[in-house]
Structure formats: structure tokens, C-alpha cells
Design a protein around this ligand. Structure first.
Ligand code: NDP
Ligand code: MG
Length: 392
């Protein structure tokens, strides 16, 4: 049976890998709609390559460019908020959610429709509003399948036993480009160095998050919501080869792990197919050729973002929403070369402590989450000038 798919974030790194999976398996999938941010030419090309019926850009001002790029293709296009919502509303069995950052929350949440499956790459949706998002998904009977490689592996590993027997669920981190660097050297790193990921090729925001290990912190929060596991049952292990993605340790000491070569097409296909594996024309894992897999504890001294995210997860309430918002402002400023590497964690820590005493409850609606998000961004922007350059 052919399944129809709408892709949010079609022009990005995950969006393109998804296109690759769909193009190699035309008999399995057809594309209903594609959504991008502002890149009209790239979106029009993808819409045509995939035979989509509708293409939408979030940027209102890009409508004319999109119409021009789609002219003669027979594909309808639209721009702005209403067009994105139209794309999300159209009939599709699966919505692959791969917009980057908190900008993905509203469209991904709007995509929750009875009977649908969400293949979720946009982890920020769950970090910002995980309680609301998962409750609404359950209420509407929407299955949320993780695309994030660690969670996809965990989803599979967890199916090998019963939830009450899970002692620990562990996600791995490659360690990022600074895994072996000294703290003094990391302090002088710029965005270009931070983006040179040793294993994965990804979008700019997640690249920086990987270099600070905030990505792993966000993933712990993501895992907490996806699998309903308490913070004490979640852990991180650094594994530079990025072959083992997630491990479940059971109450008898046995461990079930998910292994794959690091290629996002594997978890994407798996999420689209709900763990019914596709035959994929990809290189096979040759453990004898690799020879050795290594593991180490993350160093939270050199990567303080990980401990900040763990603290936000333990604190609960709105703290993950606040951490996520502050991090997005910090990452933007770091990419713009306005602050140094350790100013990212410094800013996140300062914003979190500003809100700490207020004990703000976890958001009860998406609008509530976005209001807290805006308030935290505002606080982060106000603090930015006090940081500039301090950690260089
Ligand atoms: P990219 O930066 O490569 O792509 C982001 C996509 O989102 C682009 O299509 C972009 O469009 C679109 N976009 C940006 N802003 C908006 C908006 N306001 N409305 C609609 N669309 C928008 O990111 P990645 O593909 O790397 O990551 C996407 C998500 O997947 C992130 O949440 C990330 O954490 C997660 N993820 C990514 C992995 C990876 O390997 N890359 C692995 C695991 C998770 P345009 O091109 O027009 O700007
Ligand atoms: Mg991941």
C-alpha cells in the first residue's frame, strides 16, 4: 500500500535525506505536500522531483519567488502561516517533521490529526512543549515515531522487553568536533570549527548544539517525553564511532542495543515505516573491519550545556522550555560571531537562573509554551550584551 507523506523542512538536511528514501522507494510512498522556510528555488525543485501536489514556504515575502519557480509545473504553491497550515491540513498518512528549532513546534503540533503518524525529527517541539505535545498525540491517537537516530534505536530496543524492567535507557553522543580538545582551546573556537562535525552532516543549529553537547541534553528531554522515562532512568555515553545509537539496560543486567552505520536514511525509513524495515541499498555494517568500538563518560566540565539540560530536565516545569529558548538565542549569536563558545552555556545558565525562583509550571497549551519561550528569549536578548566576547 502506498502511503502519502507531507514533509516539513523539506529543503533541510533531514528533508533531503527523506527525499532520497522516497525516491528510492516510489512504490511505498507518494508526497502530498512539502514545506520550507524561505528558499523558494530549492523548495520548488524538491516539490517537482517528488511530484508533490502543494508547496508552502513560511516566509510570507517569498510567495512570488515560489510561484515563479513553480510555474509550468502544475504544482500549487503558497507562502506564509496560512499556506503552511494548509500543507499540514492536507490529507497525508504521515507527516515528517524536520523544521529546525522551535519554529517547528506550531506546524508540527497542528499536524496531529487522528490516525496519522508523525515521523519526528524536530526535537525542539518536545523540549519546548513535550507534555502538551505527547498528551495531544495520545488523545488524538497519533503515533509519534522518532527520527532522531538515538531515539529510533531506543524505540526498537525498548520493544524487546517490558517498560517496568527498564533500568536505564542510554543515548550515545559522538562527542562532537571538540571531544579531544582542551577547555582553553575550545574557549577560542569559532562557529566554523564548531560546525565541523566528525560524523554527521547536519543543519547549522544542530551542528552547534552537537559541539556544545546541548544536542544530547535536548535529546535526554526528548527521550523523557517520547518514552515516559524519569530523568534517573536516562543517561548519555560518548561513543565516537557513532555505531551504537541507543542502549537499554534491563533489570537483569542484560543490555539491548541498536546499531547502524551513521546514516539518517536508516532511522528516517524506519520511522516512515513504523519499524517495518525497508530494503535499503546502503553499505552494510562490517564490525570486523571497524575492529573496535569505544565508549567514555561525557565531560560536563568542558561541555557544561549537558549538565544545564540535565538540571532543566530534573527541575521540570517550564525549565526545559526556558533552556531551549535561551539556547536558540545563544546559538544564533555564536553563529553571528557575537559571542564566544562558552558564552553559550553562560547565557543559558543565566537565563535559567533568572527564571528558577519563579517555579513556572510546565506549559499547558502550545500557546502557553510559545509565550514562555518568547519571555525567555527576551531575557536572553537583554543579557547578550553583557556577555559579548567574555569567553574569547
Ligand atoms: P536544516 O537547517 O538543515 O533544515 C531546516 C529546515 O527547516 C529547512 O527546510 C528550512 O527551510 C526549514 N525551516 C526553517 N525555518 C522554518 C520555518 N519557520 N517554517 C518552516 N520551515 C522552516 O536542519 P536539519 O535538517 O539538520 O534539522 C531539522 C530538525 O531535525 C532539527 O530539529 C534537528 O534537531 C533534527 N535532527 C536533525 C538531524 C540531522 O542529522 N540533520 C539528526 C536528528 C535530528 P529553508 O531551507 O528554506 O530555510
Ligand atoms: Mg540525535
Amino acid at each position: 500500500m502506498t502511503r502519502s507523506i507531507t514533509i516539513l523542512g523539506a529543503t533541510g538536511s533531514i528533508g533531503r535525506s527523506t527525499s532520497g528514501v522516497i525516491q528510492a522507494h516510489r512504490e511505498e510512498f507518494r508526497v502530498e505536500a512539502v514545506v520550507g522556510g524561505r528558499n523558494a528555488t530549492a523548495l520548488a525543485k524538491i516539490a517537482q522531483d517528488l511530484g508533490a501536489k502543494f508547496a508552502a514556504l513560511a516566509d510570507e515575502g517569498a510567495g512570488e519567488a515560489l510561484s515563479l519557480a513553480l510555474s509550468g509545473s502544475g504544482i500549487r504553491g503558497g507562502a506564509g502561516h496560512a499556506a503552511v497550515l494548509e500543507a499540514v491540513d492536507r490529507d497525508a498518512d504521515i507527516v515528517l517533521a524536520a523544521i529546525s528549532g522551535t519554529a517547528g513546534l506550531a506546524p508540527t503540533h497542528a499536524a496531529l490529526k487522528p490516525g496519522r503518524r508523525i515521523a519526528l525529527a524536530n526535537k525542539e517541539s518536545l523540549v519546548c512543549a513535550g507534555g502538551v505535545f505527547m498528551a495531544d498525540a495520545r488523545r488524538l491517537g497519533v503515533q509519534v515515531m522518532p527520527v532522531d537516530s538515538e531515539h529510533n534505536a531506543l524505540d526498537h530496543a525498548l520493544a524487546a522487553g517490558s517498560d517496568r524492567d527498564v533500568e536505564k535507557a542510554v543515548i550515545t553522543a559522538s562527542g562532537g568536533p571538540f571531544r579531544t580538545w582542551t577547555k582553553e582551546r575550545i574557549a577560542r573556537a569559532d562557529a566554523r570549527e564548531a560546525s565541523a562535525h566528525p560524523v554527521w552532516s547536519m543543519g547549522s543549529k544542530i551542528n552547534i548544539d552537537s559541539s556544545t553537547l546541548m544536542n544530547k541534553g535536548l535529546e535526554l528531554i526528548e527521550a523523557h517525553h517520547l518514552f515516559d522515562l524519569e530523568p534517573e532512568r536516562l543517561d548519555v555515553l560518548v561513543h565516537p564511532e557513532a555505531i551504537v545509537h541507543g542502549l537499554v539496560q534491563w533489570s537483569d543486567g542484560a543490555v539491548t542495543a541498536g546499531l547502524a552505520l551513521p546514516d539518517m536514511k536508516v532511522p528516517i525509513a524506519n520511522a516512515l515505516r513504523n519499524q517495518n524495515r525497508l530494503k535499503m541499498d546502503l553499505p552494510r555494517l562490517d564490525l570486523a573491519a571497524i575492529g573496535r568500538l569505544s565508549f567514555e563518560q561525557p565531560d560536563e566540565g568542558r561541555f557544561p550545556c549537558l549538565s544545564l539540560a540535565k538540571a532543566a530536565l530534573r527541575t521540570g516545569g517550564a525549565m526545559p522550555t526556558i533552556l531551549n529558548a535561551a539556547n536558540e538565542i545563544a546559538v544564533e549569536a555564536f553563529i553571528a560571531d557575537a559571542i564566544g563558545f562558552y558564552d553559550i552555556s553562560e547565557l543559558v545558565e543565566r537565563v535559567c537562573s533568572t527564571f528558577f525562583g519563579r517555579n513556572i509550571a510546565a506549559p499547558s497549551t502550545v500557546a502557553d509554551a510559545l509565550r514562555i519561550d518568547q519571555e525567555a528569549r527576551q531575557a536572553a536578548r537583554q543579557l547578550l550584551p553583557t556577555l559579548t566576547g567574555t569567553a574569547r
